[in-house]
Design a protein around this ligand. Sequence first.
Ligand SMILES: Cc1cc2nc3c(=O)[nH]c(=O)nc-3n(C[C@H](O)[C@H](O)[C@H](O)COP(=O)(O)OP(=O)(O)OC[C@H]3O[C@@H](n4cnc5c(N)ncnc54)[C@H](O)[C@@H]3O)c2cc1C
Length: 331
Amino acid sequence: MQETNDHRDIWVFLEQFDGQPKQVGCELLGQARRLADQIGQQVGAVIISNEPQDAIDMARTYGADYAYVIEGAEYAQFTTDAFSEAFEHLCQEHKPEIILVGATANGRELASHLAVALEAGLTADCTSLTIDPETATMAWERPAFGGNLYARICANTHPQMGTVRPGAMPVPDPHPNENMQVIHEKFHPSRMRVKVKEFIEDLKDQGVSLQDAEVIVSGGRGMKGPENFKMLEKLAELLGGAVGCSRSVVEEGWLPASKQVGQTGSSVSPRIYIACGISGAVQHVAGMDHSDAIVAINQDPHAPIFDVADYCIVGDVFQVVPALIEELSAQ
Ligand SMILES: Cc1cc2nc3c(=O)[nH]c(=O)nc-3n(C[C@H](O)[C@H](O)[C@H](O)COP(=O)(O)OP(=O)(O)OC[C@H]3O[C@@H](n4cnc5c(N)ncnc54)[C@H](O)[C@@H]3O)c2cc1C
C-alpha cells in the first residue's frame, strides 16, 4: 500500500443514509479540494459504513486523494458511540490537519463528540471557509448575534475542526480521481450504548426534500394563511420543486419546521429560489443567498429581499402566482 502524506491533510466525513451518501459530502469535497490545493496538501474522505461503495464512488468523483474506509455491520445506522470512536481512531493514527463535517443532525453530534475526544476546538454551522496558505490556519466563518454579524473564527488547537451547513456551499463539478487510494482499516467500537431499533419517516416531509430540490418556491407571512400555500405547492409541482418558507410561517403554525429556510432552518442552494411574500430578513437570506437565481415577489418595492434578488417582481402574490401557474400549465 502506498504511503499517504496525510499529516497536514484535509479530511471530509462522508455521511450516508441507507448506503446513500448525503449531498453535503460532495459540497465539502469541493471545498476541501479548493483549500488543500492552496496549501499543497491532500484530501482524504472518511467513510464509516456497512455499505461504503457509493460513498467511495462519491469521494473518487469529487477528487479525493484517498479514502479511509471502516466497514462493519455495527455501522449500519449512525450511533454517536461507534462513529465517534472509529473516527477518533483514524485521527489518532493519521493526524489530519483539518476536518470538515456536514452540519446535519448526525454530523453535529459526531463532530462535537470527536472534538471533545481530541481536545480540539470546533466551529459549528459554518457558511464560508478560507485558509492562510502560509500557515494552513483556517478562518471558519459563521453567522453570529442572530445573523446580524458574521464571525471569523480561528482555532489554536489541532486538528482544526468545523461543521458546515448543508447547501451553504455549491455542489462542485465532478473532478474524478481514478488514482484515489482506498484504505480499509479494521476497527470495532468498544461501546455501543444506543441501539437504533426502528426508523420512522416524517410523514409530513414526503416529496422532494428542500436540500435536493433544484427549484424552491418559498412563502412568507405575505401568504396570509396556510390555505394559500396550496398555490405555492401547485407552482412547485409544475416546476418539479419543493415548498419552503420563512420562520414566521413556522411560528404561525402554517408549515412544519422542516420547511424553514434560513439561519435557524435549512441552508439551500437550488438553481431557482422563488420568494413569495417574504421580506428578506438577514436570517432568512443567510439560508438562501447561494441560490443560482433568486426571484422575489413582494408588493413592497423597498422590501430587502429585492437586494439579493436577480428577478424582482413588485406585485401582489395573489395575482402573480396564479398568473405563473396559468402560464406554466398552458405549456
Ligand atoms: C435568532 C433568529 C433566527 C432567525 N432565523 C430565521 C430563519 O432561519 N428563517 C427565517 O425566515 N427567519 C428567521 N428569523 C426571523 C426573521 O428575522 C424574520 O422575522 C422573518 O424571516 C420574517 O418572515 P417573513 O418575511 O415571512 O415575514 P415579514 O417580515 O412579516 O414579511 C412579509 C412580507 O410579505 C410582503 N407581503 C405582504 N402581503 C403581500 C402580498 N399580498 N403580495 C406580496 N407581498 C406581500 C410584505 O411586504 C413583507 O415584505 C430569525 C430571527 C432571529 C432573531
